[in-house]
Write a new protein. Structure first.
Length: 111
């Protein structure tokens, strides 16, 4: 009897829309500043016209009032002409409370 493989959920945590969040990011020798479309504890989607390949390693620094948030991420999804979805690989330990505060602020403002 043939069974279709069970595919895991693409995202374990929900994301929140971000009205005015920006990041400075580096990928493949290219530096850019981009608007964040949505954000969650596991990753984010940024607007960019720069084409990146799935699996490319990136470094992200948030430009937000909560304080410094730095993360290593990997490109998980590419939407040509619109942007890229990034999955966090590591968020600096000292920056995690700032990320939590940012997510809390964004969730409160979207209610």
């Amino acid at each position: 009897m043939w069974q279709q493989p069970i595919s895991p959920a693409r995202r374990f945590n929900s994301r929140v829309e971000t009205p005015d969040v920006w990041v400075y990011w580096r990928c493949g020798g290219h530096d850019d500043t981009s608007r964040v479309r949505n954000l969650g504890p596991g990753g984010l989607f940024i607007e960019t016209r720069c084409t990146k390949v799935v699996g490319a390693q990136t470094q992200v620094e948030f430009l937000v009032q909560e304080g410094q948030i730095r993360a290593d991420a990997v490109v998980r999804h590419v939407n040509p002409g619109r942007g890229v979805g990034l999955k966090f690989r590591a968020v600096k330990e000292v920056d995690r409370p700032h990320l939590a505060a940012l997510l809390n602020r964004l969730r409160r403002s979207s209610e």
